[in-house]
Design a protein around this ligand. Structure first.
Ligand code: FMN
Length: 218
């Protein structure tokens, strides 16, 4: 068991080009998506949405602003653009938060009032998230990366390769989301992208610092 996990961690690498002839099965891709769905988030508010971009024309448009996926956008079996919910929906007093508590968490009204007040204190005082919309967006975006890690690990566990992607011009990608993906960018913005498929080339040797250089014990 322990060996299997480390083996999976070593198998995962940032795969730069995929074998175009190999497609991930629906069952396997749903397995990867399920690992995103089951990912933890602060207060359980799931500040994400996942766009699976399979249309070659849309991928081509993304490629124009995505320097970090020149080899993966055209060759990936599956390509995800992960969206993060904006301040408008992640604020303690938004309809989205109210609906999450009522419809998903099944919290009765009285409990919701208390929880909302607690969440307000957390956002306003503990983490000072209400200082600007960008602060709240960045906090929400951090959580979407937990889903990223889980998706890449789930994929590697079943021998599927991946590449996380932050190499893009966010402003232009957001504009494209509005014009070509019908996304309301006042509610969602791009967080990151991630490509999945099967490697074309052997992976490079892992380069990492030594454990003692990155861990301090007190
Ligand atoms: C948040 C994030 C963004 C990244 N963006 C890109 C990218 O745009 N393009 C790319 O080819 N690799 C990207 N990478 C991959 C890293 O360069 C890679 O994970 C790192 O060099 C370690 O190598 P390894 O993942 O193969 O072990 C990104 C990784 C992370 C975690």
């Amino acid at each position: 068991m322990k060996d299997q996990f480390i083996e999976m961690m070593n198998f995962r690498h940032a795969c730069k080009v995929f074998d175009e002839n190999r497609k991930i099965s629906d069952d396997d891709f749903n397995y990867i998506l399920e690992s995103a769905r089951l990912s933890p988030s602060s207060f359980g508010f799931e500040p994400w949405h996942f766009l699976v971009v399979q249309d070659p024309a849309l991928r081509e448009k993304l490629k124009e602003f995505t320097w970090g996926a020149q080899g993966t956008l055209p060759t990936a079996s599956h390509f995800i653009v992960t969206l993060v919910r904006t301040a408008k929906t992640m604020r303690f007093d938004s309809d989205y938060i109210e609906n999450m508590m009522a419809d998903v968490h099944h919290i009765p009204e009285e409990g919701r009032i208390q929880r909302k007040e607690f969440y307000r204190g957390f956002q306003e005082n503990d983490f000072k998230l209400l200082d600007s919309d960008k602060t709240l967006l960045d906090w929400a975006a951090k959580q979407t990366y937990i889903a990223l890690a889980n998706m890449m690990s789930a994929a590697a566990f079943i021998k599927i390769d991946s590449c996380p992607i932050e190499g893009f011009k966010a402003e232009q990608v957001n504009q494209l989301l509005a014009t070509d993906f019908n996304i309301d960018t006042s509610l969602y913005q791009v967080a990151y992208m991630v490509a999945f498929g099967y490697r074309k080339d052997p992976q490079n040797e892992k380069t990492r610092q030594k454990l003692e250089d990155i861990v301090s014990w007190y």
